[in-house]
Design a binder for this molecule. Structure first.
Ligand code: FES
Length: 107
């Protein structure tokens, strides 16, 4: 099973056994990660699943579509180069060890 390392805004790390084929957001919810709210349930309509993917893995992800790009403009915390909506990023075995930094706030 691939791993995801979620990192809270205060630096606390949570390493979880992830499932491939579902989104990073769904993996966060399944593992009770507090920093992901996902109010819209993964429909790319809320931006409360905002996260910052560290550089090495960000480069391996499929490019975001225009809906995700637009919705990131509504995120509570300012967008950075590694910003993604975690509901739009599917976990794969190749992403084993991905580091997902979480914003201090989602609303
Ligand atoms: S869960 Fe709402 S945009 Fe990702």
């Amino acid at each position: 099973m691939p791993k995801i390392i979620f990192v809270d805004a205060d630096g606390t790390q949570h390493e979880v056994e992830a499932k491939s084929g579902i989104s990073i957001m769904e993996n966060a919810i399944a593992n009770n990660i507090d920093g992901i709210e996902a109010e819209c349930g993964g429909s790319c309509m809320c931006a409360t699943c905002h996260c910052f993917i560290e550089e090495d893995h960000a480069a391996k992800l499929p490019a975001m579509d225009s809906d995700e790009d637009e919705m990131l403009g509504f995120a509570a915390e300012e967008r950075r180069p590694g910003s993604r909506l975690s509901c739009q990023v599917k976990m794969t075995d190749e992403l084993d060890g991905i580091v997902v930094n979480l914003p201090a706030e989602q609303n």
